[in-house]
Design a protein around this ligand. Structure first.
Ligand code: F6P
Length: 744
């Protein structure tokens, strides 16, 4: 638009200037002509009255004088007539101009003396008038008086105004004409070819190769199009070569790395686009409370920890809720941005939700309903009809956002978690060609528990829109198959591990999720400085240090952990003053009453226990209640002699794996709840039942007393498991499974 204005405005300006100049000339000619006419007319009228006037003066016939001036009273345009005697005194004047009498007329004596007539424009009342004075002489050529005719000139201005109106109307028509013609020309020579090129690109991007038509454009534009076509062709060939090379490399390499995953994605997905959908966004823009400036953080979330390295490796689009006000400042017109911000590896598309939507869908149905339902930690799930309606509405909103991104053929959509159970069906209905996988990051309960949810039928039906549903452990897969079997009309194939319903088959598989970034991270001097700083700040020199890292959530067993630490110091007082436990805790879902209460309960309990044992500078628990970035957590893992993960129930728990992966020197030990998915793999951890405070306290003692050699051996074993079964392998197996469902 700006460009069109830049082009069109000078033309309009020029045409207006020419028209105005032309109008001025025409108006001044017209004015001159009209005044000239008036002069001639006034002169003629005056001359025609000369005889009658002479008679009036010679006979001193005042009656005739009155008659003469009054004959002007009714004339059109003519204002009136004045008869002067030879001294210049008024003998008679038309009544309607009687106040002309008062006008000062210094020129009159000159006219009478010189015997020359005079015509001039004069101001009278608020008008402009034309006055013509004719001296009248006798036979001896002596002046005997004068007659003056006064004409109203306002009609001249009326005619000129009409002329200007006509000129303006023609100018407007001409300008409109020019605008229309320019727009048409510009559309023809610029917009249409650019639009065709854009469409061509869109088809190319979406992989709609059959819709690509060769361009027939001449001139510079044609040359540009030829170049674009060459680049596009080169890109397609390059993609094919990358895909072939990638296939060859996958066969050669054993361990899963970022590069191997990249190869797998190129080989398996080729040109097929990859989309991730989750509630939590991987990068969140917030206002830094300390500095007041805007900054980008990675939220504390298992989904983010696992999926971000995958998209970093393979690119693609991640669609998630843009949850902060500041988020809006960083997206383009399509609500997208490249992330990570410093090194754009993939696209993040932010979906905006209203407060009501967030309240009902996220806080309400997802986190007060499904979350406690699936975790079975004895927090009562709450199901409200209004939340459920909002949950479906938000799923629909995400479906629309996903659908508008999908390319023409065979896209892959990878949905995360319990926030989007209705999304698979909504997408599948519109795009049956899309391959859809859903990964359930939390536990799946048994059918009796799941049936508590009043909407279980619809939820399962929504999930059956998937081609593949993944859980962390086989037990959750079994629970899901049981649930499908017991609560819906379907056929469960126990050989293939699939559910067949309404002629659609959904495969159920376990994929134990893991971590990736810690393997490649280079923790050296930077960590050492940070470690020393932390030790100094919390007076940890020569202390045995334990660490816990989580979101403040009732499923994480934080209360049980504090009680176990209390019992440990009670039972084994020799460790007082020698051991410090660092609890890093990020407040989360704080609008929910239960979470709000939990924050208060933890504060109170830690305060109480610290008061109970504190001795001089020493206190048993250092409680750091705030968000920590993964870079900030790193030195805490490094300095900790042991880490406690005491979830009451957890799908996997990536803190356990992160801690193990970060221990490059194989030091440290892990105390791990039996009720986490991670406990199935990390069997060399000290496994605990967090509900049994006695057993838990003894496990801390056992871990602290464990000989270094055994600790090292256990850590080495756990590291082997985590490094081999890393997040790249998790994603690799998932993509392999997904693509083998549909041959691409
Ligand atoms: O495991 C479920 C999950 O979605 C994880 O990604 C993460 O640990 C947690 O829930 C995040 O919760 P939220 O996104 O609600 O803060």
């Amino acid at each position: 638009m700006k460009r069109i204005l830049l082009f069109i405005l000078p033309i309009l300006f020029l045409v207006t200037a020419v028209f105005a100049g032309f109008g001025l000339i025409q108006a001044s000619f017209e004015e001159e002509r009209l005044i000239d006419d008036l002069k001639k007319k006034a002169k003629a009228v005056n001359e025609s009255m000369e005889l009658s006037a002479r008679h009036i003066f010679l006979e001193n016939d005042l009656k005739a004088a009155y008659r003469l001036v009054e004959s002007f009273q009714k004339r059109d345009r003519t204002q009136g007539c004045v008869i002067y005697d030879k001294e210049g005194k008024i003998l008679a004047i038309t009544e309607r101009i009687s106040d002309w009498r008062d006008k000062d007329k210094p020129y009159l004596s000159d006219i009478l003396a010189s015997k020359s007539p005079r015509g001039t424009l004069e101001k009278f009342r608020e008008y402009s008038v034309y006055s013509y004075i004719l001296p009248v002489t006798d036979d001896n050529e002596d002046v005997i008086g004068a007659i003056e005719v006064i004409y109203d000139t306002s009609y001249v201005f009326t005619i000129l105004t009409q002329l200007w109106k006509r000129i303006s109307a023609s100018l407007i028509v001409l300008l409109l004409f020019i605008v229309i013609i320019t727009l048409l020309i510009q559309r023809q020579i610029f917009i249409l070819p650019v639009r065709r090129l854009t469409q061509w690109f869109t088809h190319f991007q979406r992989g709609e190769i059959d819709k690509l038509r060769p361009f027939k454009e001449n001139g510079e534009f044609g040359k540009l199009i030829t170049e674009v076509e060459q680049v596009a062709l080169g890109l397609r060939v390059a993609r094919k070569v990358v895909s072939d090379n990638a296939n060859a490399r996958i066969q050669r390499e054993d361990t899963w790395t970022e590069a191997k995953l990249k190869d797998l994605v190129h080989a398996r997905l080729g040109e097929n686009a990859f989309f991730v959908v989750s509630n939590r966004e991987p990068y969140m823009h917030i206002i830094d409370e300390a500095t007041g400036s805007q900054k980008c953080i990675r939220p504390a979330s298992g989904v983010v920890t696992a999926i971000d390295p995958i998209l970093r490796a393979c690119g693609g689009t991640w669609i998630a809720h843009g949850s902060t006000k500041t988020d809006r400042n960083f997206v383009n017109s399509k609500n997208k941005l490249g992330v990570p911000t410093e090194d754009n590896r993939y696209i993040l598309k932010r979906v905006w939700l209203t407060k009501e939507e967030e309240e009902g869908y996220y806080y309400g149905f997802s986190n007060e309903g499904l979350w406690p339902l699936c975790h079975v930690t004895h927090t009562r799930p709450i199901f409200r009809e209004t939340d459920w309606q909002m949950y479906k509405k938000v799923n629909q909103k995400f479906a629309e956002n996903v659908l508008e991104e999908l390319p023409a053929k065979d896209p892959f959509v990878f949905i995360q978690d319990y926030h989007f159970t209705m999304l698979p069906k909504m997408i599948k209905e519109k795009r049956p060609d899309a391959t859809i996988a859903l990964f359930w990051h939390i536990p799946w309960p048994n059918p009796e528990v799941f049936a508590i949810c009043p909407y279980h039928q619809e939820i399962l039906d929504g999930m059956f829109g998937c081609d593949l549903i993944g859980f962390h452990v086989q037990n959750h897969c079994n629970n899901f198959l049981d649930t499908a079997n017991r609560l819906t009309e379907c056929r469960v194939d126990t050989e293939k591990f699939s559910v067949v319903r309404k002629n659609r088959e959904t495969f159920i598989r376990s994929f134990p999720i893991s971590v990736g970034g810690y393997m490649s991270g280079n923790s050296t001097q930077f960590d050492e400085n940070e470690i020393n700083k932390i030790k100094k700040e919390f007076k940890l020199q020569d202390k045995i240090i334990g660490v816990g890292v989580e979101r403040i959530d009732y499923t994480k067993g934080i209360i049980e952990r504090i009680l176990a630490i209390d019992r440990f110091f009670e039972k084994y007082p020799e460790y007082r003053n020698k051991l410090v436990f660092l609890q890093l805790a990020a407040p989360s879902r704080t609008h929910i009453k239960r979470y709000h209460e939990l924050i208060g309960e933890i504060d109170e309990l830690i305060e109480k226990k610290n008061w109970k044992y504190s001795d001089g500078d020493w206190k048993p628990i250092v409680y750091l209640k705030r968000y920590f970035s993964s870079e900030e957590i790193r030195p805490y893992y490094a300095l900790a002699d042991f880490c406690i993960v005491s979830s009451l129930h957890d799908g996997m728990n990536l803190v356990a794996k992160e801690y193990v992966a970060s221990k490059k020197d194989s030091s440290g030990a892990l105390i791990l709840s039996k009720f986490t998915g991670a406990a199935r793999e990390l069997t060399d951890a000290v496994l605990i039942n967090p509900y049994s405070i006695e057993e838990f306290a003894d496990a801390i003692k056992f871990t602290v007393d464990m000989p270094d050699e055994e600790k090292r051996k256990r850590m080495e074993n756990m590291r082997k498991v985590v490094l081999e079964n890393n997040v790249y392998k998790w994603a690799g197996s998932l993509i392999t499974e997904l693509t083998s469902l549909k041959k691409v």
